[in-house]
Write a protein that binds this ligand. Structure first.
Ligand SMILES: Nc1ncnc2c1ncn2[C@@H]1O[C@H](COP(=O)(O)OP(=O)(O)OP(=O)(O)O)[C@@H](O)[C@H]1O
Ligand SMILES: [Mg+2]
Length: 359
């Protein structure tokens, strides 16, 4: 998927921007607070239906204006064209794909798969399992088609079971949800395992390109004690669940541990290496999406050079360029753009004005 035109109006510090973007690598260069992250955020909203900054889109409406608009036209590999538009005021927002009367987030994610690599990406390793599940499920969602319907049904059943537990309802009302949980949970687990096989096959090449020969491994934890079935784990933890008031075992507690040379990556590698490793994981996922489904994601890389020295910066840029997908990459200054990136188009940002390259 490639964006062609981008229209942004009254979005944070950006008053108005109408640009043709390149189907290749677009570099956005500007000082602190010039509007680089806001530019990426506007694209992100079109593909995800939400912001990575705040829960309410209305908060992105430019001060002193009533409403924001972001619009794009895009084309996929087969040449199908789509339009996505977002309009938001401080009290409401509407995102529309083509002429659909009602657009669900699911539709946006399908039409515009985005991979967002931001400067805080290392939290994937440092923070709790939520981020890692999110990372994993982005790929699982796009590659394993059984995943999303199962995940939706699982979530619904889990909510009901937790409601019964919280309300201290009798046991039979709690376990009434178990059959559905187990059925859907096992599909989720199988999809994740299948997808991780792709990651395990693909990752060594990416990490070799980034780090040289380091032995990077993945350990998957399904969310219950691995030596038993999910159904048995649920039965075993029933008394504990009743005391705790929520369901403690299941795919909603899954995690992946990433190790380099048999050491937990979080405890061992430097900050720069953590960033490179997590960026490598996301790039490997983008590659898997292309090779398994023929879908080209759009990459958003914010402040790519932050905390990376020239060697790591070049290695990362070469990986990005190798993918050959459309990218939007921001830099504080043009000198920081690695040679290996070879941008197709450069935009300069100053006080929210996005200036296209001179004709
Ligand atoms: N709703 C809003 N209306 C107007 N301006 C806003 C709004 N929200 C944020 N801003 C301002 O937009 C400016 C640009 O922010 P942005 O995060 O895009 O900058 P940046 O170029 O990414 O900077 P950095 O290099 O420091 O990350 C900031 O000065 C911020 O205060
Ligand atoms: Mg920024």
């Amino acid at each position: 998927m490639r964006l062609e035109l981008l229209h942004i109006e009254n979005f944070r510090c950006i008053e108005r921007c109408d640009i043709d973007v390149s189907p290749g690598i677009n570099c956005i260069v500007g000082d602190n607070a010039s509007g680089k992250t806001s530019f990426l955020e506007a694209i992100y909203i079109l593909g995800r239906g939400e912001s990575f900054r705040q829960a309410r889109l209305g908060q992105a409406v430019r001060h002193d204006s009533e409403a924001l608009t972001v619009r794009t036209r895009l084309t996929d590999r087969q040449g199908s064209r789509h339009r996505i538009g977002c309009h938001a005021s401080r009290s409401m927002h509407r995102i529309k794909l083509d002429d659909q009367a009602e657009t669900r987030r699911f539709d946006l994610i399908n039409v515009l798969p985005l991979q967002h690599i931001d400067p805080n990406l290392h939290r994937l390793l440092e923070h709790g399992p939520k981020y890692r599940r999110h990372f994993l499920d982005w790929g699982v969602f796009h590659v394993e088609h059984a995943f999303f319907p199962a995940w939706r049904r699982y979530r619904r059943a889990l909510k009901q079971r937790n409601r019964a537990l919280r309300a201290r309802q009798p046991k039979h009302q709690v376990v009434a949800w178990d059959a559905e949980l187990v059925q859907q949970g096992e599909i989720i687990d199988a999809c994740r395992r299948q997808y991780l096989e792709h990651v395990k096959r693909r990752l060594p090449e990416t990490t070799r390109n980034l780090f040289g020969n380091q032995d990077i491994t993945f350990a998957y934890h399904p969310g219950w004690r691995g030596d038993r079935s999910f159904g048995n784990a649920l039965i075993d933890s029933l008394e504990q669940d009743l005391r705790a008031g929520f369901t403690q075992q299941g795919p909603h507690r899954a995690d992946i541990r990433i190790s380099i040379a048999a050491m937990n990556a979080r405890d061992w590698v430097s900050r720069g290496q953590q960033k490179l490793l997590t960026a490598g994981l996301l790039l490997a996922q983008a590659d898997i999406l292309q090779s398994t489904r023929g879908i080209e994601p759009v990459l958003l890389l914010d402040d790519m050079a932050a905390e990376l020295g020239a060697r790591y910066r070049d290695a990362l840029a070469a990986e990005v360029a190798r993918l050959g997908v459309q990218c939007f990459v921001t830099f504080l200054s043009a000198e920081l753009i690695p040679e290996t990136l070879r941008p197709a188009r450069m935009f300069h940002v100053e006080h929210g004005h996005i200036m296209p390259p001179p004709a």
